[in-house]
Design a protein around this ligand. Structure first.
Ligand code: GUN
Length: 283
């Protein structure tokens, strides 16, 4: 059984990206990412801190905008408008969730698609549908990169994805289809989840429920990707997959922490650099 070490892969890729950023800086191009966070969600704060640190590690200029929970929607739209116009900013990321009084869809629509490094804008998600993505959505891209760098075939494989979110499950399903997999998407209303999972050559769980995936749901030698980021009763970070049990049956598995998470951030850096290069070629 192979542990798919996302942390190590992320370090490898970041090292490649650091070299790329150095080369760009020699040409006077400094990739820049703006991260907007609204309110006091503690998990979001940790994610944002990690994103900022990752930017610093590889030489991307980053700016974090910490906005008050009770900010008016129009004020937030104004911040986005300024970032759209800011030439130092090539990527804009609005950390979700947003407070209930703000219409998430309107905020996402306001982000210039050319700076939408999270791939949340409908225009960019539409490109994923067509297999023409410019900024591949970060978590699905991170998963595909783990599989690619671990030489795990996707073409012709039965892939089962548990979770149908707009950020992970749905875009990953599209990307896997575009790569030639046969994809089943399961979710909270799926009947006979165990039987569906047992058909998977590659099983991806992105639900957010500790212990959801147990060994009786895994085909012998399957590849298991755990996107869960949950806290157990003792506050320890856990995934959706019972790692100890499932690792006895799987041929390869991602741990939590140190699996998909570090790859997600790395793909955000990659998209930001890509956006800076596009910008340089346009101007
Ligand atoms: N909240 C949880 N995951 C994400 C993500 O990937 N991007 C943003 N912007 N917010 C999130």
């Amino acid at each position: 059984m192979k542990i798919l070490d996302g942390k190590k892969l992320a370090e490898e890729i970041k090292s490649e990206l650091r070299t790329e950023v150095l080369g760009l800086k020699e040409k006077g191009i400094v990739p820049g990412l703006a991260v907007v966070i609204v309110g006091e969600n503690s998990a979001s704060k940790i994610y944002v801190k990690n994103k900022k640190r990752a930017c610093e590690e590889i030489g991307i200029y980053s700016q974090v905008f910490e906005l008050e929970e009770k900010i008016f929607q129009d004020e937030l739209l104004e911040v986005i408008g300024k970032l759209n116009a800011d030439e130092k900013v090539h990527g804009i990321l609005v950390q979700l969730p947003l407070p209930a009084h703000i219409e998430k869809e309107k905020i996402i629509l306001a982000i210039d698609p050319k700076k939408d490094v999270d791939c949340f804008h409908p225009e960019n998600i539409g490109k994923v549908f067509l297999g023409q993505e410019i900024f591949p959505p970060c978590t699905p891209a991170g998963i595909l990169e783990i599989l690619k760098r671990s030489e795990i075939e996707i073409v012709g494989k039965d892939v089962v994805i548990v979770g149908r979110s707009n950020i992970v499950g749905k875009p990953l399903a599209l990307m896997m289809i575009n790569l030639g997999a046969t994809v089943t998407v399961c979710h909270s209303k799926t009947e006979n989840l165990k039987e569906k999972c047992l058909g998977a050559d590659i099983l991806v769980s992105a639900v957010g429920y500790t212990g959801l995936i147990t060994k009786d749901m895994i085909k012998q030698r399957a590849v298991v990707i755990d996107v869960g980021m949950n806290r157990d009763d003792e506050g320890k970070l856990t995934g959706d997959v019972d790692f100890l049990e499932v690792s006895q049956i799987a041929s390869a598995i991602t741990p939590v922490p140190g699996g998909v998470g570090p790859m997600t951030i790395t793909m955000l850096l990659k998209n930001t650099i890509k956006s800076a290069k596009f910008y340089a070629n346009r101007s």
